[in-house]
Design a protein around this ligand. Sequence first.
Ligand SMILES: *[C@@H]1O[C@H](CO)[C@@H](O)[C@H](O)[C@H]1NC(C)=O
Ligand SMILES: *[C@@H]1O[C@H](CO)[C@@H](O)[C@H](O)[C@H]1NC(C)=O
Ligand SMILES: *[C@@H]1O[C@H](CO)[C@@H](O)[C@H](O)[C@H]1NC(C)=O
Ligand SMILES: *[C@@H]1O[C@H](CO)[C@@H](O)[C@H](O)[C@H]1NC(C)=O
Length: 331
Amino acid sequence: MGGYLLSSAFDSKSGQMILVALLIMVGSFYTGTLFGNNSPIYVSQLPSNSSSSSLPDIYTFSNKVALTYRKKPLLIPDAGMNVCPLMFNEYIPCHDVSYTEDLLPNLDLSKREELERHCPPPEKRLFCLVPPPEDYKIPIRWPTSRDYVWRSNVNHTHLAEVKGGQNWVHEKNQLWWFPGGGTHFKHGAPEYIQRLGNMTTNETGDLHSAGVVQVLDVGCGVASFSAYLVPLDIQTMSFAPKDGHENQIQFALERGIGAMISVLATKQLPYPSSSFEMVHCSRCRVDWHENDGILLKELNRLLRSNGYFVYSAPLYRKDKDYPIIWDKLMI
Ligand SMILES: *[C@@H]1O[C@H](CO)[C@@H](O)[C@H](O)[C@H]1NC(C)=O
Ligand SMILES: *[C@@H]1O[C@H](CO)[C@@H](O)[C@H](O)[C@H]1NC(C)=O
Ligand SMILES: *[C@@H]1O[C@H](CO)[C@@H](O)[C@H](O)[C@H]1NC(C)=O
Ligand SMILES: *[C@@H]1O[C@H](CO)[C@@H](O)[C@H](O)[C@H]1NC(C)=O
């Protein structure tokens, strides 16, 4: 372990506005909570006749399942919105991989521009309701959801396969289980958080008593860091790109943790200046040292004066580039 850069960094506020952002409120396209039971939502959706108690009626769909695109500005048909076909249950507007692929020749891949938000023209955007996955269940409530969510609600096997060994998330029958570990939260997130508290308060207090109230977690994974800051009354906004790990953010949202799809690339993040007392980045693979540290300048903008930038990357110590990167960072 080790290798934190914890600096009371950045009290000079350079007025330079740089980069940002990508945001997507991947909010609530699952409308499950509207319907008060745990049966698959396809079944309980909009029974067409409230007086009816006969089974067949319950299975009736009142909305058509059809792939439609927007032709006119936000004109919702009288018959209600169509429902997109089930295969679009992972669809996120402006994070459509096939559309981004078309743009690739014009994107600066060295700056990860391809992970930013790219919105197609209206006529290429889906204009139907994104359906929940098959067998969708009402989400498990906090605080249980810190540790368990329904397996079928986030039907991503890839992350568990890739990150299971790193203890992010494991499959347990009908559930996903989050052990509260993380790549380098070797002894769990609570211990890690306590350690940060010790580092910021002369070995006695916790992060909250060090004045940390709002945290930005960069490259948050399944957002366990955020989950374990809650007892300290610290609020965290977590973000991660939608990259090769599928959409990690969906795990965070399903757990009931505030998170969004975003990346530090070429645009500023959508937060006002001086929003956070701490920016946290553990093994987040952001090229902080590139491009004259332009991403660090964005952090500088987001951090309050005397805020903390926590950067921990223990696993890279053996990487021969790491000392060079570290030296560049410290300048
Ligand atoms: C509701 O039930 C009534 C009586 O059974 C029937 O006449 C009517 O067509 C039904 N409405 C719908 C939308 O199915
Ligand atoms: C989960 O995804 C797999 C493959 O992507 C698919 O075969 C399976 O039917 C999905 N399960 C649910 C409950 O959606
Ligand atoms: C933090 O400091 C307290 C008090 O000195 C100590 O008991 C605790 O073990 C420390 N925690 C870690 C993770 O180092
Ligand atoms: C920090 O700890 C040292 C050694 O225990 C002590 O001398 C010093 O006064 C402490 N500083 C604060 C700000 O508590």
